[in-house]
Write a protein that binds this ligand. Structure first.
Ligand code: PEP
Ligand code: MN
Length: 340
């Protein structure tokens, strides 16, 4: 950070600024020119985040140094990025519609769900073959067999597919089948996994960790970008909170906040954010109104038999109603939904 003092700043004012910065635990470097005095700040600038240095008498301007998420930042890329998932676009005025069951459970069921969500307007099919479960005894997913089914169903309905990878050893396998690789909330800071997906050529759906800040999310995106993969879509899926009335706390402000810092598209996942079918529509609309570049919703045609996340799944007809309203909102906000 660089602090530029006003041209008439007195020695006392300069000393005061230096003392204030040193009190906060940072070092200073003073440079006195004929017309301008500049103070360079050395050290952990996060300590200055809440210090209103601009308010100190004699200070003309406080110039932050570029953020550490260099490639993800708006400074690096002022225009919004568009991420293309096998023809379906996210960002830069495009709204992606991802839907499908939490887990791939078999061909027939996925085929039926895919048919109904596609008819409702979804343009990317989701389904987990590797499931990150809190309990080691809970359903873990079908593995490669699930990837094959997802690919087959996606091809049959001409829908691109997205699926999660949890283990760096399986990135190559998942990349072979999928159009978009999901990194789940629990793995947002699995840095070796981020590095591996960064080495692939497939777009990545990076979900926000449940206790991660927006800057943490952007730093994780930076791991992927720095490996040469520019196609990252961020996802707000709720954060941990004290309130047990929803599964997580849907942070809708994260959407415009991330957009203020980064060119990367960001979508919302009201299914995991709320865990409640009755709240999903309102939160989906709020996300779109806040500027989201896509909506991710879990859909199941028999939630009571779902192997994972049944209680939060929308029925196909419920999804159709939400999707119809999202399409109306998209028009209002000048967003285009890629046709399949
Ligand atoms: C999922 O998409 O099914 C999932 C596990 O999401 P998250 O990582 O956001 O919990
Ligand atoms: Mn799920």
């Amino acid at each position: 950070m660089i602090i530029i003092l006003k041209s008439g700043a007195t020695d006392e004012q300069v000393d005061h600024v230096i003392r204030r910065i040193e009190e906060l635990g940072l070092q200073t470097h003073l440079s006195r020119g004929t017309f301008r005095t500049i103070i360079g700040v050395i050290g952990d600038e996060s300590k200055l985040q809440s210090a209103p240095l601009q308010a100190i008498p004699g200070v003309a301007e406080v110039i932050p140094v570029p953020p550490p998420y260099k490639l993800a930042s708006k400074e690096a890329h002022p225009e919004p990025s568009i991420v293309d998932v096998a023809g379906v676009k996210f960002g830069g005025g495009y709204l992606g519609m991802i839907a499908g069951p939490c887990a791939v459970e078999g061909f027939e069921r996925l085929d039926q769900i895919a048919g109904s969500i596609k008819a409702a307007g979804a343009n990317v099919l989701r389904g987990g073959a590797f499931k990150p479960r809190t309990s080691p005894y809970a359903y873990q997913g079908m593995g490669e067999e699930g990837l094959k089914i997802l690919r087959e169903v996606g091809d049959k309905h001409k829908m691109p597919i997205v699926t999660e990878v949890m283990d760096p050893r399986y990135v190559e396998l998942v990349e072979r089948y999928t159009d978009m690789i999901q990194v789940g909330a629990r793995n947002m800071q699995n840095f070796s996994l981020l590095t591996e997906v960064g080495r692939t050529k497939k777009p990545v759906l990076l979900k926000r960790g449940m206790s991660a800040t927006i800057v943490d999310l952007l730093m994780s995106a930076e791991y992927i970008l720095s490996q040469g993969n520019p196609n990252v879509v961020l996802c707000e899926r709720g954060v941990k909170s004290f309130d047990t009335s929803t599964r997580n706390l849907f942070d809708v402000a994260a959407v415009p906040a991330a957009k203020g810092l980064s060119h990367l598209p960001i979508i919302v996942d009201p299914s995991h954010a709320t865990g409640r079918p009755d709240l999903i529509p309102a939160c989906a609309f709020a996300g779109v109104a806040a500027g989201a570049d896509g909506v991710h919703i879990e859909v199941h045609n028999c939630p009571e038999k779902a192997m994972s996340d049944g209680p939060q799944a929308l029925l196909p007809e419920q999804y159709a109603a939400v999707a119809a309203q999202i399409k109306e909102l998209a028009k209002l906000f000048n967003k285009t939904i890629s046709a399949l």
